[in-house]
Write a protein that binds this ligand. Structure first.
Ligand code: KIV
Length: 271
């Protein structure tokens, strides 16, 4: 049985929540130890090669969600509603249902008080929603730390309270100064999941391509690398190319042989 929303809610204050992004079956199977797999619209950059998340469509998110669902064993699946898929309550509900049908257990969307009514409309239908405050990649002009001034910090804390009242079961806090993330975490009853927001959040999320050292275009300082997979892949590709060129691959153990008597009979016929 996989993790449920209730399991994640009950971890607040007891055990840190682990979240990694996932977009395909192979990676989802390898990441089965995490509490939550987030099918993030960061897929736009790490899977589809766009500059940012703003070109990602509902069809993309449905496809990635299905792939993760096909491999999921233990983790809860949360899928991002992409930009422009929740501009109205009707769109938000229709598109949330599509992601749930594709295999998500919950949806995530970005914003504070301005989307409180949208969140309420989705949660009233018993579709679990994860919020996302701080740096909002779908609309941000620049990737800068949020909550650095008194005014910003107070707005973020207010937003966290408002979307909690709208029914979110947890909130991603992206690139928020650690002190503000700590206050939000203490002031709201639902778990906070930090990315670049310090150690006091109830959980942490990283883009899986960042933590494996697979994505080389951007290297934010919060994205700790646990592996240098891109280097390993390049070395493997180099060896493969060399071995094929030098006729070292395939070797005899990589081949399939015909039975010798069949082979001899066939040779007689074709000469
Ligand atoms: O799309 C994504 O991967 C995200 C995380 C960075 C939180 O929203």
């Amino acid at each position: 049985m996989h993790k449920t929303i209730k399991d994640i809610e009950e971890m607040k204050g007891k055990e840190k929540i682990t979240v990694l992004t996932g977009y395909d079956s192979t990676m989802a199977a390898l990441c089965e130890q995490v509490d939550v797999i987030l099918v993030g619209d960061s897929a736009g950059m790490v899977m589809l090669g766009y500059e940012d998340t703003t070109s990602v469509t509902m069809d993309d998110m449905i496809r990635f969600t299905t792939a993760v669902k096909n491999a999921r064993k233990n983790s809860l699946i949360v899928s991002d509603l992409p930009i422009n898929s929740y501009n109205t309550k009707e769109d938000a509900i229709t598109n949330s249902l599509k992601l749930i049908e594709a295999g998500a257990d919950a949806v995530k969307l970005e914003g504070g008080k301005e989307i409180a009514q949208i969140i309420k409309a989705i949660t009233e239908l018993k579709i679990p929603v994860m919020g996302h405050l701080g740096l909002l990649p779908q609309t941000a002009k620049k990737y800068t730390v949020q909550g650095k001034t008194k005014e910003d910090a107070i707005e973020l804390i207010k937003d966290a309270k408002i979307i909690t009242e709208s029914g979110v079961f947890s909130i991603v806090l992206e690139m928020i100064s650690s002190q503000v993330a700590k206050i939000i975490t203490e002031k709201i009853p639902v778990p906070t999941i930090g990315i670049g927001s310090g150690k006091d959040c109830d959980g942490q999320v990283l883009v899986v391509h960042d933590m494996l050292g697979l994505f080389e275009k951007i290297k934010p300082k919060f994205a700790k690398r646990y592996l240098s997979l891109s280097e390993e892949i390049r070395n493997a590709v180099k060896s493969y190319v060399m071995e094929v060129k030098e006729k070292k691959f395939p070797a005899i153990e990589n081949e399939f042989q015909m039975d010798e008597s069949e082979y001899n009979k066939m040779r007689k016929e074709i000469v």
